[in-house]
Design a protein around this ligand. Structure first.
Ligand code: ATP
Length: 213
């Protein structure tokens, strides 16, 4: 039986800063899996690190600038409005209430998926949403836990997500983008022109606000 509800992609992250790895991944997933929209959800407080000098608001501003030309992408401000560490299970439960007419699909990269079973209440995430895992160069090897999860829950094609149910996992063969925010932050202080990894509007914002210097 098909699920009649439109699919809404939720792409969580630090986006510190947003880069073409995120953007192309979101666009690819939206089109390939026929999601009504992909909502990029910057976390308020990264659970595992802080970025000195770059506020949550500035990270959200950069997301807004990066997606401005793409009506199929939107900023999801939910976690920005919270004053506590962000947990995807908690956020997805709130999003299920906020978007009751949608089937939620949580998007994450392979590096994040490899740690998924260590996330706070990860089982609850699978009760609330399907997962779409994007491949990422240098993170192509699956951890033992993620292999076990895939054995139980993997679906082979995007169309399978349209069937009624939740907690399925689609491992996408997306075009690989060797781009990382960590490397970007390290190289930004020395750059004098917009690098290939960044949308020009994000580069201009970084320069204007003297971020990552
Ligand atoms: P950092 O290098 O600081 O960890 P990041 O580039 O991984 O940052 P995040 O904001 O932490 O960026 O990532 C948000 C989500 O986007 C994660 O699920 C991550 O796996 C995914 N992601 C980030 N970069 C890529 C990429 N180049 N290709 C595919 N997925 C990516």
């Amino acid at each position: 039986m098909n699920n009649a509800n439109p699919m809404l992609g939720i792409f969580g992250g630090t986006f510190d800063p947003i880069h073409y790895g995120h953007l192309r991944c979101a666009l690819h997933v939206q089109q390939r899996c026929q999601l009504e929209q992909v909502r990029l959800m910057p976390c308020h407080l990264p659970a595992h690190r802080a970025s000195p000098g770059v506020s949550a608001r500035q990270r959200a501003d950069m997301v807004r600038l990066a997606i401005a030309d793409y009506p199929q992408l939107a900023l999801e401000p939910l976690e920005l409005q919270q004053h506590r560490p962000s947990y995807s299970a908690v956020s997805l439960a709130q999003l299920a209430v906020k978007y009751p007419k949608h089937q939620l699909v949580f998007i994450l990269g392979m590096d994040a998926f490899n740690h998924f079973t260590h996330w706070h209440r990860w089982q609850q995430i699978l009760q609330l949403a399907d997962l779409i895992v994007c491949q990422r160069p240098e993170h192509l090897t699956l951890s033992t836990e993620s292999q076990a999860l895939l054995l139980q829950r993997q679906v082979q094609q995007a169309a399978d997500l349209k069937l009624a149910g939740k907690g399925r996992i689609l491992l996408l063969d997306n075009p690989l983008q060797a781009i990382s925010a960590t490397e970007l932050r390290q190289s930004l202080p020395a750059l004098t022109a917009c690098p290939d990894w960044l949308p020009p509007a994000v580069w201009n914002y970084i320069r204007q606000h003297k971020l990552y210097s």
